[in-house]
Design a protein around this ligand. Sequence first.
Ligand code: 4NP
Length: 158
Amino acid sequence: MKTGVLFVCLGNICRSPLVEEVFRDFVRQQKIDHLFQIDSCGTANYHIGDPPDIRAIKTAFSHGLTLNHLGRQFNHSDFQYFHFIIAMDKNNQSDLLRHAKSPQHQKQIHAFRKFDPMGDETLDVPDPYYGNIADFEKVYEIAKRTSENLLQFILKNK
Ligand code: 4NP
């Protein structure tokens, strides 16, 4: 069975679709992408069916990545399909924990920046929605330097 990895932010148009694609690209480079089901979603319902924010698309494109995602909202059944549920910030994490119905569900939820070699679990991936393109580039940089540690954690704990 494939290992499911789900990246979660608020709107699913800025951070999580960008982080999803950076992580997918990293896993592809390791030639193990066939072992994974990678997706993203939002805790909110604001952008269901929407493509990512144009600034996320441009940031990805400038690094050779294409975002094909359409926004969707977190659903309780995601606990069944995604072994690792990765929150972009503390609000996303507490919203997800409210959905958790068992200690097993709680264990599936992690803060993305726990795996950042330059961060810790008290830190958020800053929301670039009200920011500018440089703020999207910062999200890209966090994702780029964090993907390896996250993959190592998943391979050890799957
Ligand atoms: P995201 O950013 O959670 O990184 O996708 C946001 C996108 C949309 C909104 C807030 C944050 N919004 O309020 O519509």
